[in-house]
Design a protein around this ligand. Structure first.
Ligand SMILES: Cc1ncc(COP(=O)(O)O)c(C=O)c1O
Length: 476
């Protein structure tokens, strides 16, 4: 009895300690399992510590500020692709458990994409593409029926949302304002004065990062009997995007995006479009996968999405895209936006302190920009500065006119005629800008590193110019 009285409190204390320890162990594992956040996502980005040989012969891990071009892979995205490869079989063609499994996963990812962009499965269909360029070309080849079909786009666009329309139909443009923003009244003016069939606009610019109110443009397009196509290449990994507007007339009709800009570089991408429109057209890509039955002289084509997916599907592209969607949603677009805005502000504030800096677009109000800042220094050639940043400091930027030439020339203040003079020039002799574009994993320390080394890079670039190019008036 004596002993029992002594051992009981001891047992209670022991069980309390045990409970505390197991609670502690549980909270550790739930922290581990709590998933991806803006604060821990850097741990899951592939290759950030991989040392590369620099142009100056040194070795360094690359500071990547070229995320608008393409984003690095996420480890869980790669893991998912590898895992699913265990059960990989032919999509939609074979008779086997692996074929059935792969086909289901391939098709179920369409539902995930629809949900991701707020599109109702009753109204919209997803077809897979290799990237935004492929998607826009397929839409152009399907939707444009004759050369006189008018497509209205803007002067802010990437070439991929301009040239396919130029080639297929007749393109007219809405101008940008002095700060490089899309002018909504110009869009309405063009819609009023022309019989526009499609309006095709980007949701976010790859040059200035401006986010355009595409729902406002949808309302205008629909008012004048046109349909709207949105190039989503630069929005999907940066902002929550819904194809639904506040009212039905604000809904987006087609949305196109690439997976490699959302941490899934396996050659995937998607178009989400109005089922009725897709069903009543077909792109000029034919072959296996697109048909129902073929006779000697006749073909019965399948319905969308099959009719838009000629050839064997890119399964890793689709799997990786689905996983990337899960992760981005888990990280959360509110946090992504907040993070990017802080990086934008830090970079712009720092650039303004460097002599002769020029920041393109509105550098006072950054509220409508994704993580893209484009700049120059008026006394030094930007090609040489970008080269110094890469060769000496391992900083990846992009320099040039970013596949959005007409927009860049406008920001630069060059006329079409003036630009023609550069047609035969080498890169270093052609005007261009330096672009920093952020991913979800970039840090303030990385921005500070860039700002710290920029003055030295500028000095070195000037020296290179004197020694090798002798450009008396270096074009920036
Ligand atoms: C706004 C915009 N549209 C379209 C594209 C083309 O994307 P992709 O090269 O993935 O086809 C890009 C690529 O940078 C872009 O930034």
């Amino acid at each position: 009895m004596k002993n029992r009285r002594k051992t009981l409190p001891l047992l209670i204390v022991m069980s309390m300690v045990f409970c505390m320890l197991s609670a502690c162990a549980q909270s550790t594992s739930s922290a581990e399992e709590s998933g991806y956040t803006i604060d821990n996502i850097r741990d899951y980005v592939v290759g950030l510590d991989t040392e590369m040989e620099l142009g100056n012969g040194g070795k360094k891990a690359v500071t990547n500020f070229d995320n608008a071009a393409t984003t690095p892979a996420l480890k869980p995205v790669m893991d998912e692709v590898n895992t699913q490869m265990e059960k990989y079989g032919s999509i939609g063609r074979g008779f086997s458990p692996k074929s059935d499994y792969s086909t289901d996963l391939y098709n179920n990812t369409r539902d995930k994409i629809l949900e991701f962009v707020g599109a109702d499965p009753e109204t919209y269909t997803v077809f897979y593409v290799s990237n935004t360029t492929d998607g826009l070309n397929k839409l152009a080849s399907a939707l444009i029926e004759k050369k006189s079909d008018v497509v209205l786009t803007t002067r802010i666009e990437h070439h991929s949302n301009d040239l396919p329309w130029r080639e297929a139909g007749t393109v007219i443009y809405a101008e940008v304002d002095d700060q490089g923003r899309v002018m909504y009244d110009e869009i309405e003016k063009q819609l009023k004065n022309n019989k526009v069939k499609y309006v095709s606009v980007t949701a976010a610019s790859n040059v200035t990062g401006y986010v355009t109110d595409v729902h406002r443009i949808a309302k205008l397009a629909h008012k004048y009997g046109a349909k709207i196509i949105v190039d989503g290449a630069q929005i999907v990994a940066h902002r929550k995007f819904s194809m639904l507007g506040e009212s039905k007339d604000e809904n987006i009709d087609f949305f196109v995006f690439s997976a490699h800009k959302m941490y899934a570089p396996y050659g995937g991408g998607a178009v989400v479009g109005l089922t009725d429109e897709l069903m009543s057209h077909m792109p000029k890509f034919y072959g296996g996968g697109t048909i129902h039955i073929v006779g000697d002289e006749w073909v019965e084509y399948a319905e969308a999405p099959k009719s838009y997916e000629a050839g064997s599907p890119n399964y890793p592209g689709v799997i990786s895209l689905g996983k990337a969607i899960d992760i981005l949603q888990e990280v959360g677009f509110d946090d992504i936006e907040k993070h990017e805005k802080a990086l934008n502000q830090r970079l712009v504030d720092g650039l303004k302190k460097i002599d002769n800096s020029i920041i393109y677009g509105d550098s006072e109000d950054l509220s409508d920009r994704v993580g893209v800042i484009t700049f120059n220094f008026s006394d030094v050639n930007s090609h040489l500065v970008a080269e110094e940043l890469s060769n000496r400091y391992g900083i990846a930027t992009r320099r040039g006119a970013f596949c959005a030439n007409p927009y860049v020339w406008r920001l630069y203040g060059l006329s079409d005629e003036e630009v023609r003079n550069f047609a035969e020039c080498s890169d270093v002799n052609t005007p261009g800008m330096i672009r920093v574009s952020f991913g979800i994993y970039n840090t303030e320390e990385e921005v500070d590193y860039l700002l710290k080394v920029l003055p030295e890079a500028i000095k070195q670039a000037k020296k290179t110019n004197e020694e090798n190019f002798g450009l008396a008036n270096p074009l920036y």
